[in-house]
Design a protein. Structure first.
Lengths: 302, 316
C-alpha cells in the first residue's frame, strides 16, 4: 500500500536528497499555465524532490581552476539523466499501485506563451508564442510548473529575492523535479518563513549586475554574463570584442542587455564547448549562489 | 542460490526494466542475430513501460514536453543503455559475451523511409552494412508480447505503452513461451485515431505520412499551429485536416514548415500527435479489461478535444 513514508523512503533510495509532498489545493490561485491541476485534473498532491549540487563544484569555479564540471555534472547531468532515471523509477512505483504519475522534470528550453525571459543555462530558449488552448477552461499549452512556488508548497524551502529556492539543508545548491499524482498521500505543511534575509550579497556578487532587489533576476542580462562577458572570465583574451566601442561597458557589466542585444552577443561568448549538450558552460561561477550560501552559513540560517 | 538467469532479470529490473523474455536463437528465421554476432545462442528481450502519466498532458492538451522526454528520449538514451550495460557486465563476469542492441534511430537500410521520432535530415539511409534486429519481430520471439494491427508491440501488462531493447549472448537460457495472440482484436481504433491517416486499412504505416503528422501537421490536433501555417500551400486545407496524401518529397517540405514547437534533445522530434494510434489502442484495451496492470481510474476521462480549422489570418 502506497503512503507518504514509503514514497519518501523510496525517493531517497533512488537518489534525491530532500523530498516533500504538497497539497494540490495549495496551487489554488496559480496562473493556469503554471497550475499542475491543468496537467492532471484529478491530482491530489505534488511530490517535490531536490537533488543537491556538490558545493565543491562552485568552489572550483570561484578559484578559477575548473568551470566545465559544474555545467556538465551539476546542471546537465542532474537535469537530463539523473532526474529522468529517478522520475521513471518513482513513476513506476506509483503506477504499480494504480495511480497516475505525471513526471515534471525541468523544462529548460521552453517558455510559456507570454513569458519573455530566458534560461541562461541553455544555448537558447523558445517561447510557445503561437499556443492556443485546446478547449474552453484550459490554458494554452505547455503547462510549466513554477518550480519555486512548488518547492515552497512541498515544504522544501523558500524562494529568494533573485528567484532561487533556498533550502535549510543545502541553501541554493539544489535542483528540483516534481511528480503530479492522484495518489492520496499525506501532505507536508508548506514551507514556513523565508530563508532569504534580503542581504543583497547576490546582487553585489553578480559580475553582470543582473540582480535587482526589487525586480529580481534579469534573465537576459544574466545570460550574457553567465556566458562570460565579464572581465573576470579567465578564458577571455585581449582581443575579445576588439574594435567594439562598447567593449569596456560590456566587460565591466555596465551595459544593459535585452533579448535582441543578448542574442546578438552570444556568438562572441563561445569560450567552452556547448553545442554537444545544448548547455552553456557557466563562466560567472554562479557567484550569486555561492555568496548566498556563504552568507546563510555564516548567519547559521542553513 | 540464484541462477545466472535470475541475476540478469534482477539486474535489468533494478535498472528500470519491466518485462524480460528469452529466446533461443533458433527461433530467428531471419538469422539477423547470428549475422550480428555468430556465437549468439540466446536473445534477451527487455521492455520498459512508458508511464501512462507521461501521456496525460497530451491527452488533456496542456503539456507536450514531458511525453517526448520521459516517454521516449529518456528511456532510449539513458535508462535502457544503462540497464543493458549492467546486465552485459553480469554476463561477462560469468564468462559469456553480452552484446547490447539499442534501436538505431538514425540509420536504416531503406533508401527512402524515415523515422518519425527523429529529424529526418539526421537519418542515414540505404545503410545495409550496419545490421539491426527487426525489433518488433524480435520482441515477439522473446515472448514479450504480440503485434497489434498497426505493428506495435502489445503486452499483457502495458498494452502498447513500452519501449524495448535486446541483448545477444552466447549463454544458453530456458526460453520464454511466445505470447498467445489475445490482445489485438483488429478493432481499427488505431487507424481511425491517426490525425494524418498514416495507417492504411490493412494496418500498414506510411512512415513519411506518419512523420508529418507526428510533428503536428493536423491543425485540429496541434495547439501550437498559427492560422497562417501553410499559407502558401495549394493544398493547405487538405494538409491541416489530415486529408493530404503526402509523397516523401512533399512530406519533407511539410515537415520543414512545422516549426511551432522545438525539438527535444538528442535529435528527437517532439510528438504533437501524442502517439494517438497507441493511445487509442490503450484506451480500447483498458475498456475491454484485458490489461494486467490496472489503474484506479480509466485513462480517457472525456471525449477527445479537437481544435477548429482556422482560415489564414483568422484568430483562434
Amino acid at each position: 500500500m502506497i503512503n507518504s513514508e514509503l514514497i519518501k523512503n523510496k525517493a531517497k533510495e533512488f537518489g534525491v536528497d530532500i523530498v516533500g509532498i504538497g497539497d494540490i489545493n495549495l496551487f489554488e490561485g496559480s496562473i493556469p499555465q503554471r497550475d499542475p491541476r491543468m496537467i492532471l485534473p484529478a491530482a491530489k498532491c505534488v511530490i517535490g524532490c531536490g537533488f543537491r549540487v556538490p558545493r565543491a563544484l562552485y568552489h572550483t569555479m570561484n578559484s578559477k581552476t575548473q568551470f566545465f564540471n559544474y555545467t556538465q555534472l551539476g546542471v546537465k547531468y542532474i537535469d537530463e539523466e539523473f532526474s529522468e532515471i529517478f522520475l521513471l523509477k518513482m513513476g513506476a512505483l506509483i503506477e504499480n499501485e494504480g495511480y497516475d504519475a505525471c513526471l515534471q522534470r525541468n523544462v529548460s528550453n521552453l517558455r510559456i506563451k507570454g513569458d519573455k525571459t530566458t534560461n541562461p543555462e541553455l544555448i537558447d530558449t523558445y517561447e510557445l508564442a503561437y499556443a492556443e488552448p485546446v478547449e474552453d477552461g484550459k490554458p494554452a499549452p505547455d503547462i510549466i510548473m513554477d518550480f519555486g512556488r512548488s518547492a515552497e508548497i512541498c515544504g522544501l524551502g523558500s524562494v529568494s529575492v533573485k528567484g532561487s529556492v533556498i533550502t535549510p539543508e543545502f541553501g541554493p545548491f539544489v535542483r528540483f523535479v516534481f511528480i503530479v499524482t492522484d495518489a492520496p498521500l499525506e501532505c507536508d505543511a508548506p514551507f514556513a518563513g523565508n530563508l532569504c534575509d534580503e542581504c543583497g550579497e547576490c546582487m553585489y556578487a553578480c559580475p553582470g549586475n543582473a540582480i535587482d532587489m526589487e525586480t529580481g533576476l534579469d534573465t537576459w542580462q544574466c545570460a550574457v554574463y553567465y556566458r562570460g562577458a565579464h572581465k573576470s572570465n579567465p578564458f577571455m583574451t585581449k582581443d575579445f570584442l576588439s574594435g567594439n566601442p562598447e567593449r569596456e561597458a560590456i566587460v565591466n557589466g555596465k551595459k544593459r542587455f535585452n533579448a535582441e542585444s543578448a542574442r546578438a552577443l552570444y556568438p562572441e561568448l563561445d569560450f567552452l564547448p556547448s553545442r554537444q549538450s545544448g548547455y552553456i558552460p557557466c563562466l560567472c561561477g554562479k557567484k550569486c549562489n555561492l555568496t548566498c550560501y556563504e552568507h546563510l552559513k555564516e548567519k547559521k540560517i542553513i | 542460490m540464484s541462477t545466472l538467469k535470475d541475476k540478469i532479470i534482477a539486474c535489468l529490473k533494478e535498472n528500470g526494466a519491466d518485462l524480460v523474455g528469452f529466446s533461443n536463437v533458433d527461433r530467428f528465421a531471419d538469422k539477423i542475430p547470428q549475422k550480428i554476432f555468430p556465437e549468439t545462442k540466446t536473445v534477451i528481450g527487455i521492455a520498459f513501460r512508458i508511464l501512462r502519466g507521461s501521456h496525460r498532458g497530451t491527452e488533456e492538451g496542456t503539456t507536450y514536453y514531458q511525453y517526448s522526454t520521459t516517454g521516449i528520449e529518456a528511456l532510449e538514451e539513458t535508462v535502457m543503455p544503462m540497464a543493458m550495460l549492467k546486465a552485459c557486465g553480469i554476463l561477462e563476469d560469468h564468462g559469456f559475451a553480452g552484446l547490447p542492441q539499442k534501436r538505431n534511430q538514425t540509420i536504416m537500410s531503406e533508401a527512402d523511409s524515415t523515422n518519425p521520432e527523429v529529424d529526418y535530415m539526421g537519418i542515414y539511409r540505404g545503410v545495409d552494412s550496419e545490421c539491426q534486429l527487426d525489433f518488433e519481430n524480435s520482441a515477439v520471439l522473446c515472448g514479450l508480447g504480440e503485434l497489434g494491427f498497426h505493428g506495435t508491440l502489445l503486452t499483457d501488462d502495458f498494452g502498447p505503452l513500452q519501449r524495448y531493447c535486446f541483448i545477444l549472448t552466447d549463454a544458453e537460457f530456458e526460453q520464454t513461451p511466445i505470447a498467445e495472440q489475445r490482445l489485438c482484436d483488429n478493432c481499427g481504433e488505431c487507424v481511425a485515431a491517426c490525425p494524418g491517416k498514416a495507417i492504411s486499412a490493412d494496418g500498414k504505416k506510411d512512415p513519411w505520412q506518419c512523420a508529418a503528422y507526428y510533428k503536428g501537421a493536423n491543425m485540429k490536433k496541434n495547439p501550437f499551429m498559427p492560422a497562417e501555417a501553410f499559407a502558401d500551400a495549394p493544398e493547405r486545407l487538405a494538409i491541416i485536416t489530415g486529408e493530404a496524401k503526402l509523397s516523401s518529397e512533399r512530406a519533407r517540405e511539410i515537415i520543414d514548415q512545422i516549426i511551432f514547437y522545438p525539438p527535444i534533445k538528442q535529435g528527437y522530434v517532439s510528438s504533437i500527435c501524442g502517439k494517438a494510434c497507441d493511445i487509442s489502442c490503450y484506451v480500447h484495451l483498458e475498456k475491454k479489461g484485458v490489461l494486467r496492470k490496472k489503474f484506479n481510474s480509466e485513462f480517457r476521462k472525456r471525449e477527445e478535444w479537437q481544435l477548429p480549422i482556422l482560415e489564414i489570418n483568422e484568430t483562434a
